[in-house]
Design a protein around this ligand. Structure first.
Ligand code: FAD
Ligand code: EGU
Length: 472
């Protein structure tokens, strides 16, 4: 059966946009296209998560920051999401000996939010559906689509197939995008994917005496070089802890006793907080999950199809930017739609031109931070580095802005942030060189000033050298 969606909601004149994937980015994109008045059809392979009893999937909560918030604001969703988020004003660094050190993200208004992924997805789906020109199609798994005819083939839960043709396909179907598969068959399409050696596992820290087990308004971090754990607060007063470590190491821990032994060695303070029994049980509940980084270009095919979110750029989670970047994609696309009067041919081309450098930059930054954290970031180093960053910013607030600040609290284009970061590095290094030279010059001067005319307390050779130097 082949049909073109053309029910009472879409007139012949109105263009039909198919959003493939009803995850975070797909649901937000549906709002954007619906707001512009297109006939929007959302196709999502899973059943409606608002009806599902158990939602299994990736990470339970996420850090929402400025870029994501700006994108939500544009479709009137910021308030709704922010009020259900938990502000995190600082990181809390957990040292091996149990010491906790808070390090603020910035000034008072600078905080990130811990938001529940499922709730965010539900709210966005409901907002998209509230537009009369949107139609939700759950249980529609995209199998294939044809660039030539523009027809998409979907698989229904009952095993039947459906063919659908639209004016524009927006692929928001995640890191293993089925839409992207067609891009790979086209000439001059660049693609790279990398699985990192680390996996992640989520563990829940229950409330203690009816309250949060740790300080709630923080992003808790246990930096241990190769091993790392992060915890974000939830509204139900639990924390979701995410343990990052090489698959190799996950595999070494095979018995309940080894789990406790492992935590005793690396995260001793977390044992009583998560609970010995819960730890033994939850560690074996699900296998560790893989993390992949995907970069590609272009993001469009002709005037027919464009990819956004993880489908275009899966990034490793070590900057807390995957969703934020995907949301910003929607915002940038919207800006380009204004500039080019919704002319798909021009808009798609321009979108690729402006967005690829930025998405590639955040993919690189996240990977860089992964390597950096793994290589030499323990709690002391982390605290030291953040203090240096903040101190330099304090000295020169206009000149030196920490990289994470530009990434997390501004809409400076990601690739510009990288450039500024390199430039600041040069300024800092030059500053350090000048300080170094001044120290040497000043030190020598002081030394010579205090060198006795004829001292037996310093070796003769050095004394002679010092006397010679005096003449310069
Ligand atoms: P997805 O969320 O993957 O959604 C894709 C949707 O498409 C799904 O609903 C799926 O069912 C559907 N789909 C897939 N294939 C098909 C098909 N063939 N047909 C129809 N539908 C299909 N980001 C942050 O900003 N902050 C964080 O703190 C953060 N923490 C993270 C922690 C971890 C451990 C991980 C792994 C990621 C984290 N991220 C974070 C990244 C974030 O999860 C992703 O960037 C975000 O979910 C991408 O959204 P998306 O809609 O593009 O893809
Ligand atoms: C990882 C997994 C601390 C949620 C990067 C900071 C993250 C998040 C940091 C996850 C880190 C790392 C930054 C934010 C954030 C820090 C950031 C990472 C949220 C450089 C649910 N990262 N994350 N950087 O600065 O900019 O606090 O799973 F440990 S939020 Cl790896 Cl700001």
């Amino acid at each position: 059966m082949e049909y073109t969606p053309n029910d009472s909601r879409s007139t012949n004149k109105r263009k039909v946009v198919a959003v493939v994937g009803g995850g975070l980015v797909g649901a937000l994109n549906a709002c954007y296209f619906a707001k512009r008045g297109f006939a929007v059809e959302v196709f999502e392979s899973r059943e409606d998560i608002r009806q599902a009893k158990i939602v299994r999937g990736r990470s339970i909560n996420l850090a929402l920051s400025h870029r994501g918030r700006q994108a939500l604001k544009q479709v009137g969703m910021e308030e709704k999401i922010v009020t259900k988020g938990i502000p995190m004003h600082a990181r809390m660094i957990h040292s091996l000996n149990g010491t906790r050190s808070p390090i603020p993200y910035g000034k008072k208004g600078q905080y990130i939010l811990s938001v529940d992924r499922t709730n965010l997805n539900k709210e966005l789906l409901t907002a998209a559906e509230a537009y009369p020109n949107t139609k939700m199609n759950f249980g529609h798994k995209l199998l294939d689509w044809s660039f030539e005819s523009g027809a998409m083939t979907f698989l229904r839960p009952d095993g039947s197939e459906e063919q659908i043709k639209v004016d524009l396909i927006v692929g928001c179907d995640g890191a293993f995008s089925a839409i992207r598969k067609q891009f790979l068959r086209q000439s001059r399409f660049n693609y790279s994917q990398t699985y990192i050696p680390h996996g992640y596992m989520e563990l829940t820290m229950p409330p203690h005496n009816g309250d949060f087990a740790m300080e709630p308004n923080f992003l808790h971090i246990w930096p241990r070089n190769t091993f790392m754990m992060i915890a974000l607060p939830n509204l139900d007063k639990t924390f979701t802890c995410t343990l990052f470590m090489p698959f190799e190491e996950f595999e070494k821990v095979t018995t309940e006793d080894q789990v406790i032994e492992f935590f005793q060695t690396y995260f001793p303070d977390a044992i009583p907080l998560i609970g010995v029994e819960a730890l033994k049980r939850d560690y074996f509940r699900l296998p560790a999950q893989a993390m992949v980084s995907v970069k590609c270009s272009p993001y469009h095919m002709g005037d027919k199809c464009v990819i956004m979110g993880d489908a275009a750029h899966a990034v490793v989670p070590f900057y807390g930017q995957g969703m934020n970047a995907g949301f910003e994609d929607c915002l940038v696309f919207n800006e380009v739609m204004d500039q080019f009067n919704e002319d798909f041919s021009a808009v798609l081309k321009e979108y690729t031109r402006v967005r690829v450098p930025d998405d590639h930059a955040i993919a690189d930054l996240a990977m860089y931070n992964y390597i950096e954290m793994r290589a030499h970031v323990n709690s002391k180093w982390f605290i030291f580095r953040k203090y240096v960053d903040n101190f330099l910013h304090f000295l020169m607030p206009k000149t030196i802005i920490p990289l994470y600040t530009m990434v997390t609290f501004s809409r400076i284009r990601y690739h510009e942030a990288v450039k500024l970061w390199h430039w600041q590095d040069k300024v800092i290094n030059r500053g350090l060189s000048i300080c170094g030279v001044m120290l040497v010059v000043g030190g020598t001067y002081l030394l010579l000033k205090h060198v006795p005319r004829n001292s037996s307390s310093i070796p003769q050779q050095l004394w002679t050298q010092a006397q010679t130097l005096k003449w310069f």
